[in-house]
Design a protein around this ligand. Sequence first.
Ligand code: PLP
Length: 459
Amino acid sequence: SYSPEQIWEMDKNHFIHPYTDFATFKDEGSQVVTGAKGTSITDSSGKSYLDGIAGLWCVNIGHGREEMANAIADQVMQMEYFNPFGHSTNTPGSILAAKLAELAPGDLNHVFYTCGGSTAIDSTIRLIHFYNNVRGKPDKKKIISRNDAYHGSTYVAANLTGIHATKYSFDRIANDWINHVSAANLYRRPLGAENLSEAEYTQFLVNEFENRIIQLGADSVAAFIAEPIMGAGGVLVAPEGYHKAMKAICEKYDILYIADEVVTGFGRLGHFFASKAIYDMQPDIIISAKGITSGYIPLGAAIISEKIYQVISKPQCEGGLFSMGFTYTGHPVACSAALKNIEIMERENICEHVQQVGAYFQEQICSLADLPIVGDCRGSHLMMGVEFVADKTNKTPFPMEAEISKRLFEHCAKLGLIVRPIGNIIVMSPPLTISREESDFATKTFRTSIEKTMDDLKR
Ligand code: PLP
């Protein structure tokens, strides 16, 4: 076995971490997470923390479930892998596809499996291009996404992402057919929309979207992609009626609506999928990942409508073979884990639990709004974000040097709570099994950390 120091040494010399500043990372070392059970994680010093971010918005049923380990081990012993290309298949992949078709709203009945969220996004775009080729509309290719959206790290998903990457990270090569419209941001609205009611703001955003379609040419626009609530972009909840109104525009111009439910799916907002259940909007495609296996093993899925499937499965399909697939498409071990995850969620009524405890958590987090550096508390159920500002009246952001979210993160960690810093925003998305008492602990600890941060800033 290795000491934490040896692990750090190997880590800093060889492990390339995602979204990490390599320069500072080398000096600071890493926190080695060695254990996880229920809603808690433990590090190599033996300290325990309430996992306020469910790993990374994904460990929905909580950590360390023996049943999950057994389901994974049983499938490995039974049949760990064989490809599902062409006419071969596997049992968990087939059962899971049927189960997802049952859980997904409306006619979303067919599943393309991938290795995670990003690959599900990229695959979906290829699938949509294939769909339009088969329909004899090969020029209908453009995708409209939103500023501040996060859709993943593979090349197309990263291009769809609207959070500004530094210019050194990658070139936006696909700009020709990937376009961005405004985020739906009730706290920081664009010029001209500051004083509108929610309904008027929705109309403002819908007008921008429709104008963009007209400007690009409706015959060239294939799809619109949106998260029901934006996650990594800062937990942005859209104004009343937004998703439904955007879908109506999509229908008007024969444009597909892709709901990226990588974070919002699998119970985080109290339903298996949020689009229809919460926003009364029937998407053409739902993207799922993360909570689909509660993060125990990687899996992604694009769940597509009967309407799309009918086109791409025409016997005399002009586009010919759909030449796409991963070695691990429908991996039987991942699908077994997903099935067990769903079984646990249903048996323990986890969605109902989120509807109650999540509503309480939301209320508690929103009660932090009285603090002078809290600009906005937002989100829904177990997907919450708090934006910090130097001046509440003018919504002036803290300068980078204030290192506001780093300070908050560190105070929370010292007090036994893990939160996620994103710019001037702190995100909380705990496991869905969180209790009322843990919710109280999280809010109290967060409040104390904010007060300590305010003291730091006075120094
Ligand atoms: N879409 C959304 C909304 C996400 O939050 C993420 C990841 O955080 C992704 C897609 C990408 O998923 P993955 O990291 O599994 O590739």
